[in-house]
Design a protein around this ligand. Sequence first.
Ligand SMILES: Cc1cc2nc3c(=O)[nH]c(=O)nc-3n(C[C@H](O)[C@H](O)[C@H](O)COP(=O)(O)OP(=O)(O)OC[C@H]3O[C@@H](n4cnc5c(N)ncnc54)[C@H](O)[C@@H]3O)c2cc1C
Length: 484
Amino acid sequence: MEKFDLLIIGSGPAGTGAAFRARSLGLTVCVVEKSETGGACLNRGCIPTKTLLHGAGLLREAREGERYGFTAGDIRFDFSKLIEWKNTVVSTLRQNQSAALVKAGVVMVSGIARVESPGKVLVHPDAEGGGEKILEAAAILIAAGTVPALLPIPGHDLPGVYTSDAFLEGDGLFPKRLAIIGGGVIGVEFAAAYSSFGSEVTIVEALPSILANMDREIGQTLALQLKKRGVGIYTGAHIDRIEGSGGTLALALTKSGGAGVDSITAPADAVLMAAGRKPDAVSLFAAGSAPQFTPKGFIRHDENMMSTIPGIYVAGDISGGVQLAHAAAAEGEYAASCIAAALKGGKKDPGGDRVIPSCVYTTPEIACAGITVAEAAERSIPAAAGKGVFGANGRAFLENQERGFIKLVFHAETRALIGAQFFCNRATEIIPWAVQCIGDGTTLEQIERTVFPHPSYCETIAQAVNDAVTRGGLKNNPVRGNGA
Ligand SMILES: Cc1cc2nc3c(=O)[nH]c(=O)nc-3n(C[C@H](O)[C@H](O)[C@H](O)COP(=O)(O)OP(=O)(O)OC[C@H]3O[C@@H](n4cnc5c(N)ncnc54)[C@H](O)[C@@H]3O)c2cc1C
């Protein structure tokens, strides 16, 4: 019987992050994966959506090329070619990821894992066969991710209603009319891509705005821009049912407005249910061997990522934290360090309170870190904000960026940066600057000393800092300008 220091269930960002870190700390590691290496992120999430969005952006730019003096004639779009490229990207990255794991000395096992007891995992053969076997390990890490959630709306099981998985796997889907349930990150990214491809897109969101968990102006500005591109958006809307006959679907919804309640029908050829993801933790444990779950079904854990059963740890989406690939990877690495410290002694990594950026890959991009000024008010944190807009930003203007802004939130007393919201091209590449400043407690005065390159999107950071001083109430600081 094989025995490892650490057995990881799941090869998504949490599992692979943990595997690499554990190997670097000298543990023997086995990863069991029931599907493809890379998890939701690589196969049905981050990478395929960003490939489609990149294609959508190029298509839009090509159509707007006349501004720059080139005419590409009759631009035609072949969705199947883009899908071919998406599949090449995914399979190449998957192979590279598998090779890197093997090279690092990780033993990869294919099959469905179930925890029998602490230290013992039963692996069932997967679809490709292979014998059932028991693997043993000193510690087990559950990094099994989540599955798409289907809202129990009448009609949710009609043919033509899909989760994001169906849109991203294999040959994908290209409906003429697409209705999206959910105006969160996944919903708006699909809306941005498919509206550029030429689908008629409608988003239906129950909350008062799209991207409702971000700074209010972000949702408002993105809604304006999507509407300009022809996307229909119903917010504060309740879906009564999904109707369907003869391959045509419709969302029957009600929306409260000034004049009462409106009944609206949104026709569609396909409905994307983008209503979040949920854990499926029960199936990971033999009867009687499961640790405690939260009311929403995530696995409870302590500050060392250990579940309520000693020796069984958890990381990534299934731990109930923020559902993002980089958060999962960071959590996996941290969990591996906690496990190594428990098994071999030594110190665990400094962990839990890292600043996690949130990104949306629309055009322009959106990237946020830390808190908004509204969250600061809710939590009674004294804060002052500054905003920079892109009207006078040379790079944004020459690249024809639509309306965008940068907001910075400072602690009014310590003057440290505590939040940043970027709505501009390349926001996802600039946000690590804010992540580091927030993590390090960098003050307004220290940021003021930064010289930003010209022309660049990040120059507008300086404008936001200046605004925090002149309009945001951070004036009259005796140390201002000292670089203190
Ligand atoms: C459409 C979409 C777009 C997204 N875009 C982004 C983005 O741009 N940026 C971002 O940061 N995040 C994005 N996410 C979220 C991101 O994909 C997840 O947060 C991330 O994949 C979570 O990583 P994980 O390792 O916890 O789980 P997963 O990536 O879900 O991996 C879990 C793995 O465990 C395996 N597994 C489960 N049960 C078993 C078992 N019993 N035995 C063996 N193996 C098992 C699964 O097959 C899977 O491979 C997106 C998600 C979706 C759906």
